[in-house]
Design a protein around this ligand. Structure first.
Ligand SMILES: Cc1cc2nc3c(=O)[nH]c(=O)nc-3n(C[C@H](O)[C@H](O)[C@H](O)COP(=O)(O)OP(=O)(O)OC[C@H]3O[C@@H](n4cnc5c(N)ncnc54)[C@H](O)[C@@H]3O)c2cc1C
Length: 382
C-alpha cells in the first residue's frame, strides 16, 4: 500500500504577521493549494500598530491608516532636525486591520483553514512530507513552515533590547501636528543605552506616544512605564487627555536568530532574518518574503526562511548598536548629525532598510567623521 496523500500541501504554524502574510499571499496567488494555519493562542484582536517606510503604492496601501510627510528628530536638550519625506513615506497600519484582511483572504479560499487554540507538539520531517502532532491529532503536510518565535534563551542573549511602553492618547484640544511623525524625539543617553519618544499623531487630538529604550540592561517594565508617564507629562497634557489603549514590547536587537530548514520543515520566525538588527521592524520584509515564497511554490520550489540583511548594512546596523552601547551619551548627537547631513531620500531608505550601496558608504563616511563622544551628562547615571 502506498503512502496516503498528505492532509495539506502546507501547514503554517503561528498566525502572527509572518504566518498570516504567507497564508494570505498564497490564498491570493497560488491555485489548487490546501493550507492549514495553526496557532496555540485563541484568536484575539492584536491592538498593536505597525509603522514602516514605503512608497505611496504597495501591497498593504489599502490598509494604511496614517501617512506622515514630515519628520522630526530631536534631543532632550531641544536640539532638533526636521525634514520632508521623499519617495518613501512613513506609514502606519493597525495590526487589527492587517489581521482582518489576512483572515478575509484566507476564509475566501476553499482548502484553506485557520485553527486557533490548538496545542502544537513535535514536528517530524520525513523524506517527502512532514508531520505535526497537534491537539487536532497528527497532521501530515507536504511542507511545514514554522513561524513561532525563536529560542527564548538565544533571544535573551541579544546584545541589546528595544523596550517600548506606548499609549494611544486623545487630548481635549488640538495639540498634535498630524503631518509630522516624531521619529526619535527627546533623545537622551541613559547609563544602559538610549531613550527617545516615538510620536505618531493620527489627528490634531489623537496620537500614539511610545517611550522607547535601546537598552543593554534588563527589560524593567516599571522603568519603561515611568518613561512613558514622563513623556506624556512633557507633552503637557496634564488632566486634559485620555489613554485609549496601551502597548508594551521587548524586542531583541542584533543578529538573526532561529531560521533554517530540515527536509520539508522550514523555521521562519521574523527574527530569523526579516527583522532588522537595529530597529526590530519586520512588516514590509515579511510581505516581500511571503510574495517570494508564493512564487517559489507556484514554480514547485521549496520555501526558504526570510533572507537576512546583506553584509554591509548588517555591519552598519550592528555598528550603530555597538556605538549606542559604548557611548549612549553621544548617540543623540550622532542621529541629529545624520538627520541633518543626509539627503531626505538617503535617510528614508536607510531608516526603511532599503539603503543602496552608495547610501551605506555615505552613512559610513558621515558616522566616522563624528566625534566618538559628546560631552553630555547621562540621564539616570548613578
Ligand atoms: C510591540 C511591537 C511593535 C513592533 N512594531 C513594528 C513596527 O512598527 N513596524 C514593523 O515593521 N515591525 C514592528 N515589529 C516587529 C514585527 O513586525 C513583529 O514582531 C511581527 O509581529 C513579527 O511577526 P511574527 O509572525 O514572527 O511574530 P508574531 O506576530 O509574534 O507571531 C508569532 C505567532 O506564533 C504564535 N506562537 C507563539 N508561540 C507559539 C508556540 N509555542 N506554538 C505555536 N505558535 C506559537 C503566536 O501566537 C503568534 O501568533 C514590532 C514588534 C513588536 C513586538
Amino acid at each position: 500500500m502506498g503512502t496516503p496523500r498528505p492532509d495539506f500541501d502546507l501547514v503554517i504554524i503561528g498566525a502572527g504577521v509572518a504566518g498570516l502574510s504567507l497564508a494570505a499571499r498564497i490564498a491570493r496567488s497560488v491555485q489548487r493549494f490546501r493550507v492549514c494555519v495553526l496557532d496555540p493562542k485563541p484568536r484575539t484582536v492584536n491592538p498593536r500598530s505597525w509603522c514602516f517606510w514605503a512608497p505611496e503604492r504597495h501591497g498593504l496601501a489599502h490598509l494604511v491608516s496614517a501617512r506622515w510627510r514630515r519628520w522630526l528628530i530631536s534631543g532632550a536638550d531641544g536640539d532638533a532636525a526636521a525634514g520632508e519625506v521623499g519617495a518613501l513615506i512613513y506609514q502606519h497600519v493597525r495590526a487589527a486591520d492587517f489581521q482582518d484582511a489576512a483572515f478575509d483572504a484566507i476564509a475566501g479560499r476553499s482548502g484553506f483553514s485557520i485553527e486557533h487554540g490548538v496545542r502544537i507538539g513535535a514536528l517530524e520531517a520525513r523524506d517527502d512530507h512532514a508531520c505535526a502532532e497537534t491537539g487536532l491529532g497528527r497532521i501530515r503536510a507536504r511542507r511545514i513552515v514554522d513561524t513561532r518565535p525563536g529560542d527564548p534563551v538565544a533571544m535573551a542573549r541579544a546584545p541589546m533590547l528595544q523596550l517600548v511602553s506606548g499609549a494611544e492618547v486623545e487630548a481635549d484640544a488640538d495639540v498634535f501636528d498630524p503631518d509630522t511623525a516624531g521619529l526619535m524625539t527627546d533623545m537622551a543617553g541613559h547609563f544602559d543605552g538610549l531613550r527617545f519618544v516615538h510620536l505618531l499623531p493620527f489627528s490634531p487630538r489623537r496620537a500614539l506616544v511610545e517611550a522607547v529604550r535601546f537598552s543593554t540592561g534588563s527589560p524593567d517594565r516599571a522603568a519603561r512605564d515611568a518613561d512613558l508617564d514622563a513623556a506624556l507629562q512633557r507633552l503637557g497634557f496634564r488632566d486634559s487627555w485620555r489613554v485609549i489603549r496601551r502597548e508594551r514590547a521587548s524586542l531583541p536587537l542584533g543578529p538573526a536568530i532561529g531560521g533554517g530548514s530540515t527536509g520539508s520543515i522550514v523555521r521562519a520566525p521574523a527574527g530569523a532574518g526579516a527583522m532588522r538588527a537595529a530597529t526590530g521592524s519586520a512588516l514590509m520584509r515579511l510581505q516581500g518574503w511571503a510574495e517570494q515564497s508564493a512564487a517559489q511554490l507556484q514554480h514547485g520550489r521549496p520555501i526558504t526562511p526570510p533572507r537576512g540583511t546583506p553584509p554591509l548594512p548588517a555591519r552598519l546596523e550592528r555598528g550603530f548598536l555597538a556605538r549606542i552601547a559604548r557611548h549612549p551619551d553621544a548617540a543623540p548627537t550622532l542621529f541629529l548629525h545624520l538627520a541633518r547631513s543626509l539627503p531626505a531620500d538617503v535617510l528614508a531608505r536607510f531608516l526603511g532598510g532599503e539603503g543602496t550601496l552608495p547610501d551605506h558608504l555615505r552613512i559610513m563616511a558621515a558616522t566616522t567623521r563624528r566625534p566618538a563622544r559628546a560631552p553630555r551628562r547621562l540621564v539616570g547615571a548613578a
